[in-house]
Write a protein that binds this ligand. Structure first.
Ligand code: AMP
Length: 398
C-alpha cells in the first residue's frame, strides 16, 4: 500500500509518501510559508534531487493540491495517478482525553478533534484544514488521525494532575497531556527490539531532544510520565522555549517590562530556551556546540543548563519507575549531538551509566553508546514519526 503522511503546521506542511511493504519513502517534501508571501514547495522523489518551486499558497488546500500535483507530475512524479494513494495518515497535535490511540477519521472524529482546539489553538485548526483538504481532493480515500498526545494517555493521575484547584481539571481539562507521543512510542519500541527484549519487560527513558524537546518514562511499554504538559512549553529547556520556570516569573517580567500576558507568552515560546540563554546567539545546537568549543561563555551556559535539565528528568523518571534499564536519545540534538549526550550521562554515574566515548562520536543508525559493563543501556536511535504514522494508518485501514 502507498500511504501519504501529512503533517500540517500553522504555516507549513510536511508530507511523505511511504510504501508500507518496504517501509521506504517514495517521495517527500514540504510546503513553506502557506498564507504568506513567497510560498514554496519542496519535492523530492526517492533517488532524485530536491526540487524547489515557488508558487502562491493562500491556504492549506492549495498546498495539498500542489503536493498531489507534484506526486503525480508526468515527468518527476512518484506515482501515475491519485488512485495509487491507498490511505492518508494525518498527524494531529492534540487529542485531549478523547483519543488514547489513532483512529479512522469520520465526521464524529472531526467534531471531537474540534473540541480539542482550545488546547492547541495554533496546531489543531491547521491539522483539521489538512484533513478537510484531503477529503475534498481525494474523496473516498480512508484517512487516519495519529495524535501527538495519545501515547501519553496511559499516565496515572498522580503524573498528569497539577497542583491546582480540582475544578479546573473538571471544567477545562487542565492537566498534563504530553506531546511527541508518536516519537516516544516509536523509539521505545525500537529500543526494546534493539535490546532483544519485550517492551513489557523494560523500564525505558526516552529523551526526544529536537527544537522542541521532551522526556518520557515508559514502563512495561506504557508511558507513565512525560515532561511536556498542557502545552509543549513545559519541561526541558528547548530551542526557543523556556521549559519549566517559576510561574511567578511571568508576573515579574510583565511588571518590569510592561508586557501583556500574550507578550510574555511569546517571550517564553519564541525568545527563551537555549536561544535566549545564549544571548540570542542561536537555537541550533550546531552553532551552540561550535561556540561552546570556542569558549563562548553564554553558549557554555546554554548547553550545560540544557543538559543538566535533561539529567534531572532522567533522575526523576528513574524514581517514578523505581529503576531504569535503558535510556534513548533521539531527534535532531539527541541523534547528532554527542556533546549533549556526554554532558547528560556525566550526571548518571550513580545509576551505573558508563559512556563509550568512541561509540558516542558516531552518527547514523541505532547505536549503543554505553560500555558493555554499563548497568543501564544507553543508545541513540533516529526517530521516524512519518513511518510510525504510516504504520498506524496501515493497521487501521488494511
Ligand atoms: P528536530 O526538531 O528534531 O528537527 O531537531 C532540530 C535541531 O537538531 C536543530 O535545531 C539543531 O539544534 C539540532 N541538530 C541537527 N543536526 C545537528 C548536528 N549535526 N549537531 C548538533 N545538533 C544538530
Amino acid at each position: 500500500m502507498n500511504i501519504l503522511v501529512i503533517n500540517c503546521g500553522s504555516s507549513s506542511l510536511k508530507y511523505q509518501l511511504i510504501n508500507s511493504d518496504t517501509e521506504q519513502w517514495i517521495a517527500k517534501g514540504l510546503c513553506e510559508r502557506i498564507g504568506i508571501d513567497g510560498s514554496q514547495i519542496v519535492y523530492q522523489k526517492a533517488g532524485g534531487d530536491k526540487e524547489v518551486t515557488v508558487s502562491p499558497m493562500p491556504d492549506h488546500t492549495e498546498a495539498i493540491r500542489l503536493v498531489l500535483e507534484a506526486l503525480t507530475n508526468d515527468k518527476t512524479g512518484a506515482i501515475g495517478s491519485l488512485s495509487e494513494i491507498d490511505a492518508v495518515g494525518h498527524r494531529v497535535v492534540h487529542g485531549g482525553e478523547k483519543f488514547s490511540s489513532s483512529t479512522v477519521i469520520t465526521p464524529e472524529v472531526i467534531e471531537a478533534i474540534k473540541e480539542c482546539n482550545d488546547l492547541a489553538p495554533l496546531h489543531n485548526p491547521a491539522n483539521l484544514i489538512g484533513i478537510d483538504a484531503c477529503a475534498k481532493l481525494m474523496p473516498g480515500v480512508p484517512m487516519v488521525a495519529v495524535f501527538d498526545t495519545a501515547f501519553h494517555q496511559t499516565m496515572p493521575a498522580e503524573a498528569y494532575m497539577y497542583g491546582l484547584p480540582y475544578s479546573y481539571y473538571e471544567k477545562y481539562k487542565i492537566r498534563r497531556y504530553g506531546f511527541h507521543g508518536t516519537s516516544h512510542s516509536f523509539v521505545s519500541k525500537k529500543m526494546a527490539e534493539d535490546m532483544g527484549k519485550k517492551p513489557e519487560d523494560l523500564k525505558l527513558i526516552i529523551c526526544h531532544l529536537g527544537n522542541g524537546a521532551s522526556v518520557s518514562a515508559v514502563k512495561n511499554g506504557k508511558c507513565v510520565d512525560t515532561s511536556m504538559g498542557l502545552t509543549p512549553l513545559e519541561g526541558l529547556i528547548m530551542g526557543t522555549r523556556s521549559g519549566d520556570i517559576d510561574p511567578a516569573i511571568m508576573e515579574f517580567i510583565a511588571h518590569k517590562e510592561n508586557k501583556s500576558i500574550d507578550e510574555v507568552m511569546t517571550l517564553l515560546n519564541k525568545k527563551s530556551g537555549v536561544y535566549g540563554l545564549s544571548g540570542d546567539l542561536s537555537s541550533d545546537f550546531r552553532d551552540l556546540e561550535d561556540a561552546y568549543n570556542k569558549g563562548n561563555e553564554k553558549a557554555i551556559i546554554a548547553v550545560k543548563t540544557f543538559s543538566y535539565r535533561v539529567a534531572k528528568y532522567v533522575g526523576a523518571y528513574t524514581a517514578a519507575m523505581n529503576g531504569v534499564d535503558g535510556i534513548a536519545f533521539t531527534a535532531g540534538v539527541g541523534e547528532n549531538c554527542g556533546l549533549v549526550r556526554k554532558l547528560v550521562c556525566e550526571y548518571l554515574g550513580y545509576l551505573g551509566v558508563k559512556l563509550d566515548d568512541a561509540a558516542n562520536s558516531k552518527r547514523g543508525e541505532d547505536t549503543v553508546i554505553s560500555t558493555p559493563d554499563s548497568k543501564v543501556c544507553v543508545m541513540f536511535i533516529p526517530t521516524n514519526e512519518e513511518l510510525a504514522i504510516a504504520r498506524e494508518t496501515l493497521a487501521l485501514t488494511k
